[in-house]
Design a protein around this ligand. Sequence first.
Ligand code: SF4
Length: 425
Amino acid sequence: MRNFTLITLGCPKNIVDSRNLIDSLTKEGFIYVEDFKKADFILINTCCFIEDAKEESIEEILTAAKFKSDRILIVFGCLSKRYGQELKREIPEIDVLFGIDDDSKIVEYMQRFKNGVWENIKNHEYTEEPPSYRYIKIAEGCSRKCTFCVIPDIRGKFRSIRPEKILKEVEDFIKSGIKEIILVAQDITQYGKDLRGYTLKELLKDLCQINGDFWLRLLYLYPSDVDEKLLQFIKESNKIVKYLDIPLQHSEDRILRLMGRRGSRKEYLRKIREIKEAIPEVALRSSFIVGFPTETEDEFHNLLDFIEEVQFHHLGAFKYSREEGTIAYHLKGQIPENIKERRYFDIMSRQALISLEKNRNLVGREFDALIDYVEADIALGRLYCHAPEIDGVVMIENPLNLKAGQKVKVLITEAYDYDVKGVLV
Ligand code: SF4
């Protein structure tokens, strides 16, 4: 009884946790299988950041429960940590629940099982990470106090991961042929605050010293902590892609204060101007919450004007999700679901036009592209302005001998709302 399959839901940080767990289990002699039919253990790494993520996790657990047969169903991660008792009560097919950072307990639990007989079951589509990029988690938890967010409660205070561990992990990936390293944490600008003098800049300097042809991408920077020195370093580095993901959450001062976020509309506009001046080719991504309690129509329209003024390359919008245990949960003036839905639709359709325009500006120009997937007649890759899974892609027809993980030059020929099309140069 050694085979296990693992389903990962949620953010890139969960992907990293799952990969680490797979490594630990493999070292202990367990075998990872993609096929449900061959698995003795089904592990589900859950997410509960927003309502949609919770629903997806629950659906996935229910599906696994339905096809479980004699297999052992193990659920862990954020949802399990937060709603463990409820899950166990509602889905008795779950054999055991773990929280976050419980790898050794999961390994120990699985080791207790001996041989068993396993049959039938459906295939599950588990997509492995492609051979082109890897997420590297550089910190755990978050110490900020955004009033809508459950992460600090679930994942605890911000803790930087030791630089030696990060550097070793990155070196190993680069040696194995990975061409893009994506640094993630709830807020990477906090990196090193607990490491006595070793900050994000030192980490980036050390990472840029690693030999090899690879891109470094930075995800999730807290706006007020993106400073001039960091921008200068990014500008001068030939490894860090000129792409910044800075979640702003809103543009209006009153709402930002209610959200417990630092900064104001004026400061955000100034920061974005500084970024664009320092790195003119920068691709900016941000995320915003619509329908936060008490958000008025005027404030929402001001938010639309703000995104029009800034012209982000990519934008993610979330309908405010009322999370138990948060300060915002208790705010009066919760916005009805149909209004949130409409605001979500409005902001996304406005952004679609902006993204299309940004993509049109790429047409006729040549870029390096990193290939993620190759099929018979099309390859999917990404340019510097595309983070995997959240942004668009570059589609390349007739890929001939292209392989996933390869870097190539492409000429962009067509633009769509989110994706672009190109030909090999
Ligand atoms: S910065 Fe705010 S929104 Fe992001 S994880 Fe921390 S508390 Fe949550």
